[in-house]
Design a protein around this ligand. Structure first.
Ligand code: NAP
Length: 283
């Protein structure tokens, strides 16, 4: 078997175009253009590239951006002050704080200070809580929402499927498990204390590898025909590589390329969330 491609790049392009049409329609009605404020603390070159890409993606969808740069010495209080000002700024639809931030910053306090409606990353406890409770009205985090949208768009059956998620972080593993559960998958969450990882993964109709460990999932750990989502971003000789070992594509039925799978979908969901944040504030 050669796995079919879960093409995140292609679907992300469709989403940018969809959002661009929705934005154009709002502007034609005389409503304000959605606006994304990006915050970058420090001068990490990789983070600067990520922010630039997100700004370009926003522009592609007709969303305005405002760029906020703070020095690496910024304190939690100073970042909270900027976030509070952006909360109060009526022109701003959503706020993105590029992570990681320097170690002296307490991100729990910063995220708590953000208006949940402008939390386009879906990290605020109100949004995380709504997701955990299975209630509508919150903002879904971008990487998990992008994964589920990619699977659904490809027609991978989620209801009743055995879904195994490797990784239990608040950023990826936990929320993707909740989103799959919401769609009636039977979900198992694995982590470093899981006793026999392969016994779980071999039973997975849907396998989400989100550990950030090179060569973690070997082809003999994959159920034939499974849909496999490779979230991991490991760096080898300057190139991004996922969590899968060689030959998984021979066993899986569906597979995300890495790069070109989850990454573009994450950025597409950020743009969609920004549009929705504006539409929710000013219907
Ligand atoms: P994280 O906070 O480091 O969490 C990793 C999780 O994987 C933890 O729950 C950990 O278990 C588990 N894990 C690590 N090694 C394992 C092993 N050998 N067996 C089983 N479980 C293992 O990372 P994250 O933020 O969730 O991100 C995961 C990966 O996805 C990273 O490589 C990250 O760069 C990538 N990522 C990519 C995108 C994208 O857009 N492409 C977005 C977000 C993240 P414990 O809890 O027991 O420690």
């Amino acid at each position: 078997m050669t796995a079919r491609k879960l093409d995140g790049q292609a679907l992300a392009t469709e989403i940018f175009e969809q959002v661009a049409r929705l934005v154009a329609a709002r502007v034609a009605e005389g409503k304000p253009r959605p606006a994304l404020a990006t915050i970058l603390v420090g001068d990490d070159p990789a983070s600067a590239i990520y922010v630039r890409t997100k700004q370009k993606n926003a522009a592609r969808a007709g969303i305005e951006t405002s760029d906020h740069r703070l020095p690496a010495s910024t304190t939690t209080a100073q970042l909270v002050e900027l976030v509070t000002a952006l909360n109060a700024d009526d022109r701003i639809s959503g706020v993105l704080i590029q992570q990681p931030v320097p170690p002296q910053i307490d991100m729990t306090r910063v995220i708590a200070a953000l208006d949940p409606v402008k939390d386009v990353d879906g990290f605020h406890p109100v949004n995380a809580g709504l997701l955990a409770l299975g209630l509508p009205g919150g903002v879904e985090p971008c990487t998990p929402a992008g994964i589920v949208e990619l699977l659904e768009h490809a027609g991978v059956g989620l209801s009743g499927a055995n879904a195994v998620v490797v990784g239990r972080s608040n950023l990826v593993g936990k929320p993707v498990a909740l989103l799959l559960l919401k769609r009636n998958a039977t979900v198992t969450l694995c982590h470093t204390r899981t006793r026999d990882l392969a016994a779980h993964t071999r039973d997975a109709d849907i396998l989400v590898a989100a550990a950030g460990k090179l060569d973690l999932i070997h082809k003999d750990m994959v159920k034939p025909g499974a849909a496999v989502v490779d979230v991991g971003a490991n760096w080898v000789d300057g190139k991004q590589v996922g969590d899968l070992g060689a030959g998984v594509e021979e066993v899986a039925g569906w597979l995300t390329p890495n790069p070109g799978g989850v990454g573009p979908m994450t950025r597409a969901m950020l743009i969609k969330n920004t549009y929705q944040a504006e539409a929710r504030r000013r219907p």
